[in-house]
Design a protein around this ligand. Structure first.
Ligand code: GLV
Ligand code: MN
Ligand code: MN
Length: 403
């Protein structure tokens, strides 16, 4: 099947008709539909599909479970995300298999297509949860207790989806069977367009993390509580948003508060509590620590001025990632032989390939994003560039799967 045909099939699943954005949260109906679609596609190609104990899907081309070459990405999304983030890597993996089959290629090593669960952490707040569990980077008990905004734990959500959350945990056997993992992903940022390149290669990922800031104050009447008597958590929260921006600018980092919940949420009342999530990323851990430290102490100062109590909890942390140089050089050589010279880029975006990189030689291919916009319905890649990505991925899989 062509890339465009596959893309058209996946495109409507989990898309909100009003915003045009995707709401593919893990272990929901939209997620089930994505899984069913991928399983159908794998079945059609005679691949053997397995769901591992952490909910990640694996579609095997070849019987051997060792020395395999893995590719793939994720199908979950951020709230109102774009369709390319994750979806592109999965569709490209299927399309690359089709390209190789068309030329009657038979891999000597198994090729396995992976779809990782909860890459965005949009529902259970820990990004790359499926790959972290696989790699033993998250405690299974802690994972089972993770709770989304709807009050449902991961354990309950998995049970409702027919999975046994009691089985969550590392899979050394699966990891030991992978010779390499190559994730193709839409570019998030706009480095390739000015360079005139359709495809890029990843060098590394910035260290990043998420922190939950809880501002606890006292609910009161908006029409009667004197300003001086209030303990309004909205005030230190609002000042902290600006402090995060300042801290990021001061340290050459990025800091974002993209999610906030005010409780109880009455328009005519002072809030009892405000919870906000700080996402921070930097080129190195020192700058990241300084940025988060500055936000934390600003939030603390503002809170005490307003009679508000502050709690700060780190919900996830990803150290810096350097992708395997040997694998990248090999991929660059394969692509150079086809006349391609993909620029090598670092990114602030997190990926399952970054988690796996700690255990398996890993690499990433980026497909040009002409506007650079991502985590938005406006995210886009041109069809011709997606097809170029598929051809590049097929060449890479062909090379890596030959002994
Ligand atoms: C994932 O896209 C992330 O970087 O948050
Ligand atoms: Mn994303
Ligand atoms: Mn992604």
């Amino acid at each position: 099947m062509s890339f465009a045909e596959l893309w058209r099939e996946l495109e409507p699943i989990g898309r909100d008709p009003a915003t045009g954005g995707y709401r593919r949260y893990s272990w929901t109906e939209a997620d089930a539909q994505c899984r069913a679609w991928f399983t159908r596609q794998a079945d059609k190609r005679g691949l053997t599909v397995e769901t591992d104990n952490n909910g990640n899907l694996w579609a095997w081309w070849g019987d051997a479970r060792d020395d395999a070459v893995a590719t793939g990405s994720h199908l979950d999304s951020v709230p109102d995300g774009g369709g390319y983030d994750g979806g592109l890597g999965v569709v490209a993996a299927l399309a690359a298999v089709d390209l190789l089959r068309e030329k009657d290629f038979h891999p000597e090593r198994s090729v396995v297509l992976a779809v990782f669960t909860e890459e965005e952490g949009a529902r259970f707040r820990v990004p790359c949860l499926g790959s972290r569990l696989l790699a033993g980077a998250v405690d299974p008990d802690a994972a089972r207790a993770l709770t989304g905004d709807d009050g449902v734990t991961l354990a309950r959500a998995m049970t409702a989806a027919g999975r046994d959350a009691g089985l969550l945990g590392p899979r050394e056997d699966l990891l030991a069977g992978l010779a390499a993992f190559v994730e193709l992903h839409v570019e998030q940022g706009r480095a390739l367009a000015p360079l005139g390149a359709a495809v890029g290669l990843a060098e590394g990922i910035w260290p990043h993390g998420r922190w939950r800031l809880g501002f606890a104050g006292r609910a009161d009447h908006a029409g009667t509580a004197r300003l001086d008597d209030r303990k309004d958590p909205m005030l230190p929260y609002a000042r902290t948003v600006l402090a995060a921006r300042r801290a990021a600018a001061d340290h050459g980092a990025l800091a974002t508060i993209g999610k906030v919940i005010a409780e109880p949420g009455g328009a005519n009342g002072v809030s009892a509590a405000v919870t906000a999530w700080l996402d921070a990323r930097a080129p190195d851990e020192d700058r990241l620590e300084k940025t988060v430290g500055a936000v934390r102490s600003a939030a603390l100062g503002f809170s005490s001025e307003c009679g508000v109590t502050l709690s700060v909890r780190q919900e996830s942390y990803t150290p810096p990632v350097r992708f395997d140089e040997g694998l990248r050089d090999r991929i660059a050589a394969v692509l150079a032989a086809a006349g391609l010279e993909p620029p090598v880029l670092s990114t602030g975006a997190g990926h399952d390939a970054g988690v796996l990189a700690a255990r398996v030689p890993a690499a990433m291919l980026f497909v040009r994003n002409p506007t650079g916009v991502s985590h938005s319905p406006a995210e886009h890649a041109d069809l011709a560039d997606c097809e170029a990505g598929v051809r590049a991925l097929a060449m890479v899989l062909e090379d890596l799967s030959c002994r």
